[in-house]
Design a protein. Structure first.
Length: 385
């Protein structure tokens, strides 16, 4: 009979098992994209990562016959509970072999941690807030994920449900290829352009593309709008200054001005949409992993990004409109400009999101531009008695 134990990460050996387990689990999976080691290290750094300033948590590793078989992180996001007046704990970094005894034991360890802190529900997976990788992938297991989106084995959802977890919320991505997005017969419908332009004139809405010459101004707008544009989204917690600074710093590395647009109402910043190249494509080619110096991985990524480009896809991770300017056509004006430019870029496939499944305003508008629901992710929860 095999033996199985779950241990809290308490020393360097435990941490190494926790850190490296995904490479073991996905070693034969052609679609998983490994993270840069420095990125994963920063994400798990409870001493220095900005998000851990308001969170507390522990990491756990499951061992089967002495070999790592799964990992999970259990944590309390105090700012979430203060913002939403909830008493909920979270879990993330949840990876496991296809063995229900392993997944159940890891979830039990996380539940015990959350209950021990006095909280009455657990929710996840999230790494480690809703601005990071969110949810369990429910479909499209035969494709690489887009940058900053999660990927998991096809057997994962069944394990959650067997352990008594239920759906809390689904989020989706919208997708399309450059030959069809926003088009009818190969052109943007004239009636759509006419409606948007007439509304722009009436509402004094203007839209401009990003520009490398105004990059400081462009990112200042994103900085100012980010928290206000998403503040009503389910589960959203405003970013701290440190988190915003880190987000802006990361986005600047992949900034593509021609697929980034800013909207203004009477000259005031009102909304924006930002698309980025799917860096997962060169990262997958480079395949960073333990035992390989990161500088080697970075040089390979640079080669496949700039020298022999392999990027054919782009993702729109951020789009938002300031609350006082919603419902007057700002979002439609932004999307018209984005989709008008899509057909002139080198990217053949675009994916936007994630978007809450019940965000009807965005979903209807996106569907009108010939996009379709592509990938679906689920956040699970369980009441703790």
């Amino acid at each position: 009979m095999s033996s199985m134990v779950v241990r809290k990460v308490e020393n360097k050996s435990d941490y190494q098992d926790f850190f490296e387990f995904p490479w073991t689990l996905y070693k034969d999976n052609p679609y998983w994209v490994p993270p840069l080691k420095s990125v994963r290290k920063h994400l798990l750094d409870r001493e220095h990562d900005a998000s851990w300033e308001y969170m507390e948590g522990d990491f756990f590793v499951a061992y089967k016959d002495g070999t790592p078989a799964g990992t999970i992180a259990a944590f309390i996001n105090h700012r979430h509970n203060e913002t939403w007046n909830e008493k909920v704990g979270w879990f993330g970094a949840f990876e496991f072999v296809d063995d229900p005894t392993v997944s159940k034991a890891l979830l039990t360890a996380a539940e015990d941690y959350i209950k021990g802190k006095g909280y009455d529900a657990i929710r996840g997976p999230v790494n480690f807030n809703l601005n990071g990788e969110v949810g369990v992938l429910l479909n499209a297991y035969d494709r690489m994920p887009m940058i900053l989106m999660p990927y998991n084995m096809a057997y994962y959802p069944q394990h959650y449900e067997q352990a008594g977890y239920v759906k809390a919320k689904d989020v989706v991505t919208w997708a399309g290829n450059k030959a069809t997005l926003g088009l009818e017969g190969g052109i943007i419908p004239e009636r759509l352009v006419r409606v948007v332009e007439k509304n722009n004139q009436r509402r004094e809405i203007t839209v401009r593309a990003g520009n490398r010459k105004t990059i400081k101004e462009d990112f200042q707008i994103i900085y100012e709008l980010y928290n206000t544009a998403w503040k009503d989204n389910w589960g959203f917690v405003p970013l701290t200054k440190r988190e915003l600074d880190a987000l802006i710093r990361d986005l600047k590395q992949f900034y593509v001005p021609e697929i980034t647009f800013f909207a203004f109402v009477k000259g005031n910043p009102a909304g924006f949409v930002l698309a980025v190249p799917n860096m997962n494509q060169p990262i997958h080619k480079a395949y960073p992993r333990p035992g390989v110096p990161e500088v080697v991985s970075l040089l390979k990524i640079l080669w496949h990004w700039k020298i022999r480009p392999v990027i054919t896809e782009a993702r729109t991770p951020l789009m938002g409109v300031k609350e006082e300017y919603r419902g007057i056509g700002v979002d439609g004006a932004i999307l018209l400009h984005l989709f008008s430019m899509v057909h002139k870029t080198k990217y053949s496939f675009y994916e936007g999101g994630w978007v809450l499944e019940d965000n009807e305003d965005v979903n209807i508008m996106t569907r009108n531009y010939q996009a379709y629901v592509d990938r679906r992710y689920r956040i699970y929860e369980k009441a703790l008695k």
